[in-house]
Design a protein around this ligand. Sequence first.
Ligand code: NAD
Length: 418
Amino acid sequence: MNVYDHPTFRMACQQFDLVADYLQIPTDDRDRLKIPKRALAVAVPIHRDDGSTQVFQGYRVQHHLSLGPTKGGIRFHPDVELGEVAALAMWMSWKCALTNLPYGGAKGGVNCDPRKLSITELERVTRRYTQEIISFIGPQVDIPAPDMGTNEQTMAWMMDTYSVHMGYTVPGVVTGKPVLLGGSVGRREATGRGVGYLANRAMDVLGLDSSRATAVVQGFGNVGSVAAFSLARFGVKILAVSDAFGGVFNGAGLDLLALEKHIASHRTVTGFPGGDAISNEQLLELPCDILVPAAMERQITEKNAARIKCRILAEGANGPTTPEADQIIGQREEIFVIPDILCNSGGVVVSYFEWVQDLQSFFWSESEVMDKLFRILENAFMQTLNLSRKNKVSMRTAALILGIQRVHQAKKTRGLFP
Ligand code: NAD
């Protein structure tokens, strides 16, 4: 039995196998590339505010150590399972290699619903989870960051818990911290801005005029909201956005600032008076130039892939498109895919900058961060596009080829240990 067995892990393996076949990677090497190096499952008991005790399940998976320490987010969500975390760790590996960062991939998570926990309960979950994985992380070992359901405050608690354990402040143990505590300017916005930058580059490639373009965003959280604002700055009209509770649509374009105010008081996009209600399923099938899935995995499947009506599929989320849907989209030449490991890589790139700044205790300006970020994204985008055109493969296959080849080469050059 494979302890990682889960639909999302099977999906990540399926993607890997397709590329391994294409690259003719020897069978002996495949399991070494696929199976995570190590994983930890922990119990996270906390006292609830009402005096009761509850135990949550937490995980951390490190996919490979061949290129340096591991790097990857921490997810707080009721669907978190070991296999899902392992899939996300594998994708982090290909993403870091694609962007030439000196990291292997990792991911972690706690199976909990952060919306049903008070702020003090969230702090207890975070600190106890960190304590349980403390010997597994560190600036030279494994460096967590935010993901779904976690944010700068979560990273501040993690950094503090680790520092208390060590007896001195260790900012480099996590990234995505508040700037005040050694975070990098631009980290919070990095993933969404990267999505905006790359979608704009895709519009250049397709000859689309951004000031006439429209976009739809599924998941108006950190990544989705910043991506929407970033696209709006390029002149793109945002037709619809959603969250876990539903979506809003306005054919004339949503007023994003008014929407933000609504979210600040209601904690959801639903009920926004500046648009009509729409379901997440309907939203994915709206005609638009740019569709940005920025929520969960496996949203575009064989059931709806034939019905999506965009020119550019900009994958802000990790794993939003299943391999079956990919096959259908592959037949639809009018759709240009910016695959997840490229499209949302801005987050880990600026996390890398944050780690470098922390290790040197020397901090950069926002323009330095953004300039370096866009240079790395441009390079990864062009390498992927050129390979996709030269070898006549999809953008996803090209991005995976670049990532997987680098990890494979590192493993072959180093030997069996990492
Ligand atoms: P977040 O928690 O800030 O936001 C997630 C949003 O998605 C929320 O609005 C939530 O309500 C919504 N959502 C949840 N389930 C949904 C569903 N079934 N349908 C529609 N909306 C739903 O999380 P985030 O950090 O923005 O992450 C979003 C995605 O981007 C995840 O796939 C994550 O792995 C990926 N990602 C995040 C980063 C980062 O820097 N935060 C980096 C790379 C990739």
